[in-house]
Design a protein around this ligand. Structure first.
Ligand code: GLN
Length: 283
């Protein structure tokens, strides 16, 4: 058996990922090393060339297995079980979409308009990243994250516990089917990819992330239509509905909201200047 050190093992991992065209090979190889050995960058720098002891050698097999999975396209966040969103740590697995930086625009927009004592609903909560970060950073006194996937709700529940947010409850529901109550804000990043665009998505997304969290039907707007209608029964007077949208859905979703009677409907761009969030008020 090869005698490893952190240095040689990391180099092996980086080379292996590079050979398989993994984009951020060096960084991913590091994240996996950090995950398996629980070491900080400082530990690494101080002990990088020390030969591994027996326990470390044993873990090198697990590291190699993760590198192989990563080289087959498995997302690094699912392998380490962790990611960051709004500067907060989130647990993820293959039952939830990996939180995207784009979605931070939705959270920032809602945060900027949130009033004290906010009652919040997050429809299609997935990992819970939206409702939990809003509860952590905002003034939410009562929050619900709803999802149709029991497996996703287990992930959201774990995140809720880790972040210590007792004001948030996770509810199993097919859209508004089992949701009770009236809210000041409803937020949602629903599945919004057109069914016929799905086959053209990056392989890593298409093969590994949950299809149920991506497919928005023939024109990608199925969930917007349903949530726009359903939310009317659950928003208080002056309550607001916020959506994340695809870059080319801004006009369509604004029109759907206006037709349904929402007012002051606006679109917000992301850091790349693309339409990313649509929100409006129900009076
Ligand atoms: N709300 C979750 C997120 O933004 C899940 C979204 C989804 O499943 N479409 O990551």
């Amino acid at each position: 058996m090869m005698q490893w050190s952190y240095d040689t093992l990391l180099k092996w991992g980086t080379d292996e990922l590079t050979a398989h065209d993994v984009e951020n090979a060096a960084l991913d190889a590091w994240y996996l090393l950090e995950h398996i050995y629980g070491i900080s960058r400082v530990d690494f720098l101080m002990r990088r060339s020390d030969s591994f002891d027996a326990a470390q050698m044993e873990k090198s097999t697990a590291y190699q297995a993760l590198i192989r999975q990563r080289s087959e396209g498995f997302p690094v966040q699912y392998l380490t079980g962790s990611t960051e969103f709004m500067g907060l740590p989130f647990f993820v697995n293959e039952h939830v979409l990996i939180p995207r930086q784009d979605t931070e625009v939705l959270v920032e927009t809602a945060l900027s308009m949130m009033k004290p004592g906010c009652r919040l609903l997050d429809m299609c909560t997935g990992s819970g990243c939206i409702v939990l970060s809003l509860a952590k950073l905002g003034t939410v006194t009562w929050g619900i994250g709803a999802d149709i996937s029991e497996e996703a709700l287990k992930v959201a529940e774990r995140n809720r516990e880790n972040l210590g947010l007792s004001q948030v409850k996770l509810v199993h529901s097919d859209l508004f089917g089992s949701v009770e109550g009236v809210f000041d804000m409803i937020v949602s990043n629903p599945p919004y990819i057109c069914s016929d665009v799905i086959p053209t998505l990056m392989e890593e997304v298409r093969e590994h992330e949950p299809m149920q969290a991506l497919d928005g039907g023939a024109d990608g707007l199925d969930f917007y239509r349903k949530i726009i209608q359903g939310a009317k029964e659950h928003l208080c007077g002056g309550g607001q509905l916020f959506f994340e949208i695809g870059y080319d859905q801004g006009e369509a979703v604004q029109r759907l909201m206006e037709q349904a009677g929402y007012r002051e409907v606006e679109c917000v761009q992301d850091f790349a200047g693309l339409d990313r969030v649509v929100f409006g008020t129900l009076w």
